[in-house]
Each structure stands twice: as structure tokens, then as C-alpha cells.
Design a binder for this molecule. Structure first.
Ligand SMILES: [Zn+2]
Length: 502
């Protein structure tokens, strides 16, 4: 058996000013190719890790031309997209495969295409109309017809935080292998409903996505080879942004359609619970301060920190990660024993490295990137402190999310102001893994407060130990106030932008 395996992943925030050149894909210089890609992902808890395990089990010969994944940002530069898609298509053109296994995201927008994945699959099918194709998509995929119709089997994550990337790819891969052996004849039905579930309300540990994903999983006992409900990525002003579903059955199209309709109907019925209610920043900080300083505060051994969630600026949703509104409020309010992860500021990192370990410095951090899509001006924040840590910023994920995968924060430092330890990094990394702190010499369990630029993924590493979480509405292109964003291309009407609650 001969299998073609490839990864192309990017979640595109069309409101983000962060550029997406080829260099953003991968670690350091860009994507990984061939043997280097196999080495990086074999044995990891990633989609590629699952495909490689399946191939090994089958004794299959593998071709893995490229593994290209980038942290979310603005639409992918055409040159980057053409390079990645071109390498995959060149490999497809060589032919001789029994199956094609793709690890994609599903919400990739390029400078020229709203649907980067659909365009890739269309190109693959134009070269090779027959070889079965399996695709694993992220729960934040915004589905288009081409993403389904040009594939044999599609499966999506069922968890957010995404701790089932491996399981999802394995599910898609197993069905594909059964199809290759003639033991299954997958048919798919997909559809969407006009709703933009808010990312802060999409966690699979919370109602309503918890119950929806439980229903998705239960469908396997009713004849679904794979069922997936995509909550979608709303920070994308494209026609098909929003919630969708796809169900794969063994040759039973009517069943696939019935289960798909059930999922879409259930999700639509829960639309009000997918709406996020904002709390003003001053109120959040006051609440955090009371929580952290109350008489009842008596940290027990093993008791974790209070999480201050700077969710407007989550780099894993396209945030610049350099807004300072929440950090400034923390310093102003005098919260003590805080670690902040992180401010993206390569220039400030260089200055701190030049000053050296132990140096006392005053640094202007963040506020460097203009955000034309949202109102207001993001300004640098001047902090004074000691350079506590200098690091190359590389670590392997502890898990459960992406266990074993190399994460690269770029050159990184920690500035200790006395009350707050501020991590400054040079590549966008969301704090979803505990090792992002340990790699910088910060023990999060010793902190009273952790400021995290994250929305849901922080829960993968810290959810089980956090004493409390306070959501802080700061500033950034992941704004939870949709009124700040101008949607012009998404299909209308769409809930909650246009439709009444009932
Ligand atoms: Zn996602």
C-alpha cells in the first residue's frame, strides 16, 4: 500500500493585521518537508502522528511532501499558499497512491480564495479524480461544499480545547483504509445553519457544545462512520463562516442526511447559549482583586492560580498578542504575584537579551501593531524590572494538546517587575501547555494570578488546576464585541448579527 500524507493548517482571522507569509508555517524557517516532517511528527499526539501510525501498522509506503502549519493570522499570502498547495499537488501528480490522508484546518482564507482547503481539494481532484481522500478538520472549520465533495471521508475534532487531534485523524484514516479495502463505501451529507457561535462559548466542557458533541459521538452507534459538528470560526468575514455539520455513513445517504439535520437543528435550537455576555474590564479586575485578596484566600498545597483571561488578544485566533490593556490594568490595580503570558514583541526581547540576565531595565513593550479592523489605538506599555530569564523559547508540549509536538516561542525573556513576571516572546504561541511557563522558569502553581492571552485552549494545560477564571475584556482583533467589527461578506441574515433571539 502506498499513502500520500500532508498537512496544511491555518485558521484565518480576516480582521487580523498579522501577516501570513510562508515563514510563519512551521518552526523557524517555514514548513517541514519529507523526512524532516516525518521525524517531527512521528510518535506525537497530532493528526500527522495518527496518519503515520496507521501507515506503519498497514506496512504502507509513505510519501509526506510537506507539513505546513501556522498560528492564526490574516489571510495567507498567495505565494505561501501556492507553494504549499503546489508541493502537495506535485506529489499527487506523481501518482500510484492507494489513499491520500490530509491534515487540514478548514478555516483557511488566502488572499485569493475564501476557501483554501476547498481550493486545494479541487486541484487534487483535477489531477487525480479517483484516489480516495481522507481529511481531518479542526472544530473551527467553516465548511464549503468543495471541502466535502472533493473528499471521500471527512472527520472533525470533537473537543475544544483540541485534545483529540490524533483521534480525529485516526477516525478519518481508519474509514479511508476500510474504503480502500472495499469494506466500506462512505457517503457524506453536510450542511450549515446561519449562526456564528461565539468562540468563548464553544468549549466542549461547557453547555451547549458539551451536549452537542456527546450526541455527535453517540451517532456512531446509530450507523454513522463519522459524525462531526463544527462550531466554526466567526472572526472570518467570509460567506460560509459559522456552524456546520457533516455525517459519514456506509452507503446510506438518507441516514447521513437525517443525522446531519438532527445536529443542525439541535445546534440552531441552542443558538442563544452560544452568545457571549461581556463584562467591562474594570469590573473583572475588581472581581479578580477581591478573589485574590479576600479573607478566604488561603492557598492550599497544589492549589492553582486565578486565571485572568485576556481573551480579546488570543494569538491562536489571530490576535497580535501585543495589546497591553489588561496587563496595564493589572499593574495599575496592584495585583501581586502575577505571571503574564505573553506579550509578543521581538524588539523588546532583543533589548532585554542585550541588557543581560539580572539587568534592571525600562522597556516599552507591545502596542506595535496597528489594528485597522477595530476601533481604538493600541499603545506600548513601559515597564521597569529585572531580566529574569533568557531562553531560546523552544519546548515540546507536555500535553494533553499536541503532546510531544515542538513549540517555538522564538527568543524569549521574562521581565520581573516585582509584582508581575512578564513573558516576552518572538513567535506567536497560545498558553495551552504548561511547558510554556516551565520553559521560561515560571512555576504557574506558585502564582496567585496568571494573565493568559487565550480563550479556551488554556484549559488543556491549566483548566484542571485553576482556582478561578476571570474573563477580561481588553483590546484586540478577537474582540468579543461583534459591534466593533464590520462584516460585509458573511451570508446574511446570520445569528446573532441580524436575527432576533426567537
Ligand atoms: Zn480550532
Amino acid at each position: 500500500m502506498r499513502l500520500l500524507i500532508a498537512m496544511m493548517k491555518h485558521e484565518t482571522n480576516t480582521f487580523s493585521p498579522v501577516p501570513t507569509p510562508l515563514a510563519r508555517f512551521g518552526h523557524g524557517p517555514g514548513p517541514l518537508y519529507g523526512a524532516a516532517a516525518v521525524r517531527a511528527y512521528r510518535g506525537t499526539g497530532s493528526g500527522l502522528g495518527a496518519y503515520l501510525d496507521l501507515a506503519e501498522r498497514e506496512g504502507a509506503e509513505i510519501v509526506l511532501p510537506i507539513a505546513a502549519g501556522a498560528s492564526p493570522s490574516r489571510p495567507v499570502e498567495d505565494a505561501a499558499y501556492e507553494h504549499i498547495a503546489g508541493i502537495i499537488c506535485d506529489a499527487v501528480a506523481k501518482g500510484g497512491y492507494d489513499g491520500i490522508l490530509l491534515d487540514l484546518h478548514g478555516a483557511m482564507v488566502t488572499e485569493s480564495f475564501e476557501d483554501g482547503e476547498g481550493e486545494l481539494l479541487r486541484r487534487i481532484r483535477a489531477i487525480d479524480p479517483k484516489t480516495p481522500i481522507a481529511v481531518a478538520y479542526d472544530m473551527h472549520a467553516n465548511l464549503y461544499a468543495a471541502m466535502i465533495e472533493n473528499a471521500t471521508v471527512v472527520a472533525g475534532y470533537r473537543t475544544y480545547p483540541h485534545i483529540d487531534t490524533y483521534d480525529t485523524a485516526r477516525r478519518a484514516g481508519e474509514i479511508l483504509l476500510a474504503a480502500i479495502r472495499g469494506q466500506a463505501h462512505p457517503v457524506m451529507a453536510w450542511g450549515n445553519v446561519p449562526m456564528l457561535p461565539h468562540v468563548m462559548r464553544q468549549g466542549s466542557d461547557d453547555h451547549p457544545n458539551r451536549e452537542l458533541q456527546a450526541r455527535v459521538a453517540a451517532m456512531s452507534a446509530e450507523g454513522a462512520l463519522a459524525a462531526s459538528l463544527f462550531t466554526g470560526f466567526p472572526h472570518a468575514d467570509i460567506a460560509n463562516a459559522g456552524l456546520s455539520a457533516v455525517v459519514v455513513t456506509d452507503g446510506d445517504r438518507a441516514l447521513a442526511e437525517r443525522l446531519r439535520d438532527e445536529l443542525l437543528d439541535r445546534a440552531w435550537g441552542e443558538r442563544e447559549d452560544f452568545v457571549y455576555r461581556l463584562e467591562p474590564l474594570e469590573q473583572s479586575l475588581a472581581r479578580a482583586k477581591a478573589l485574590g485578596s479576600s479573607e478566604s484566600w488561603a492557598p492550599q498545597p497544589g492549589e492553582g492560580p486565578i486565571v485572568l483571561l485576556d481573551h480579546y488578544d488570543n494569538c491562536a485566533s489571530g490576535g497580535t498578542m501585543d495589546t497591553t490593556a489588561v496587563l496595564a490594568a493589572i499593574l495599575r490595580e496592584g495585583l501581586d504575584n502575577v505571571a503574564a503570558f505573553a506579550i509578543y514583541d521581538p524588539a523588546a526581547v532583543s533589548q532585554a537579551i542585550a541588557a543581560g540576565i539580572g539587568a534592571e531595565i525600562a522597556l516599552a513593550i507591545g502596542g506595535r501593531m496597528a489594528m485597522p479592523a477595530i476601533p481604538g489605538e493600541s499603545r506600548p506599555l513601559t515597564v521597569t524590572g529585572t531580566v529574569k530569564t533568557i531562553s531560546n523559547g523552544r519546548f515540546r508540549n507536555k500535553g494533553p494538546m499536541g503532546r510531544g509536538v515542538l513549540t517555538d516561542m522564538g527568543p524569549s525573556v521574562v521581565i520581573a517587575t516585582g509584582a508581575v513576571e512578564i513573558a516576552l516572546i518572538s513567535r506567536h504561541v497560545e498558553p495551552s501547555d504548561l511547558n510554556c511557563f516551565y520553559a521560561l522558569g515560571i512555576d504557574p502553581m506558585q502564582k496567585r494570578f496568571l494573565m493568559l492571552k487565550s480563550r479556551i485552549h488554556w484549559r488543556a494545560g491549566l483548566g484542571s488546576v485553576a482556582k478561578a477564571v476571570v474573563e477580561c475584556a481588553g483590546m484586540g482583533v478577537c474582540t468579543s464585541d461583534y459591534g466593533q467589527l464590520s462584516f460585509t461578506k458573511v451570508r446574511r441574515p446570520i445569528y446573532p448579527l441580524d436575527l432576533p433571539n426567537r
